[in-house]
Design a protein around this ligand. Sequence first.
Ligand code: SF4
Length: 388
Amino acid sequence: MQQDFIENLVGEPLIDIYEKVMDGKRLSYNDGLKLYHSNNLTAIGFLANIIREQKHHQNTYFVRNQHINYTNICNKFCKFCGFYAKKGGPKPYEMSLEKIRSVVKKYINYPLTEIHIVGGVNPRLSYNYYLDMLRMIKEIRPDVHIKAFTAVEIVEIARVGKVSIENALKDLIEAGLDSLPGGGIEVLSKRVHQELFQKKLDGDGWLDVARTAAKIGLKQYATMLYGHIETAEERIEHLIQLRELQDETNHFLCMTPLSFHPEGTELSHISTLTGYDDLKNIAISRLMLDNFDHIKSFWIMNTPEITQMSLWYGADDADGLVQDYEITYITGDYGNKKQFLTYDNMTRMIREANRNPIERDSLYREINRGENNSNIRTKAMKRLHVIK
Ligand code: SF4
């Protein structure tokens, strides 16, 4: 009876994938393609949820974090990017160390555990700018975990410092760097690199930074930007390359599929993605990346509502409360609005989805604040996401 129900739910085309999932077997390239070519989202979510619950039961993680996007001046001109300063787009800015000090101090009474720093590739910034930034933040908040600089920024930092990638990473670690964020490569595909971001680091360069980080014990996050010009085949190749690298290094903490937002980019003619696409990519990432502990749904890019749904489609991490994120805006209104969730909003969103909210640090260790889990920002909100 139960078997009949499952066969009806999953459907004949995906039943062999169901059997592999139940037997704990790794999915192949063809399995991944089959999932992308299926429109049975309920079945794909059901399969992903099996693995999600095997790994994490009802637990759903989130972090209290602040973002610092120190400059939007960039010489890479990626076609998918709406963040970098350009004519008719966002105005250029470059934060001085004093400005960074003030944005860190702004949240000094807020119990953050992570500061996430990324920016454009700005050739005017010196090697010491990056090192001093990290040292200063650690001086102000010694307990905070600094997750900073995508692979393309690391290459730039090494270039201006005239040092190897390894030595740049070692210097950054000494100054306060704790892990590397994902990003810096959107999809590991030569074709997409050539068409969308040819001035930026290519796949081999990205893999080199990742391997170097792993070699010196630096943890890293992984991402995939989907919904621009990439094909289903390229998405699967990307996921399999990440999986193989994780087999080799075991240094990735989490995978975040990132939903592409065409507004304000050179690809504004491309249709905006739907919740269907977001849930499908999260679920397929969960199914393909058997050696990744965590799959994150980044609510800034796919909305809190889809993130809430995604907790049944493979995601076990809802990212963070997020302060001062400038890269993408749900409304497409760049540079004018702040985006954050309160602690109460985040935990309510997770509980409403019948999952168990757990505050974590950047290394996925549970944080127990006892009675002090109160909301520091208590502003009443009509909707889950605050755009003010
Ligand atoms: S994605 Fe990064 S490297 Fe590319 S243009 Fe935007 S800021 Fe620059």
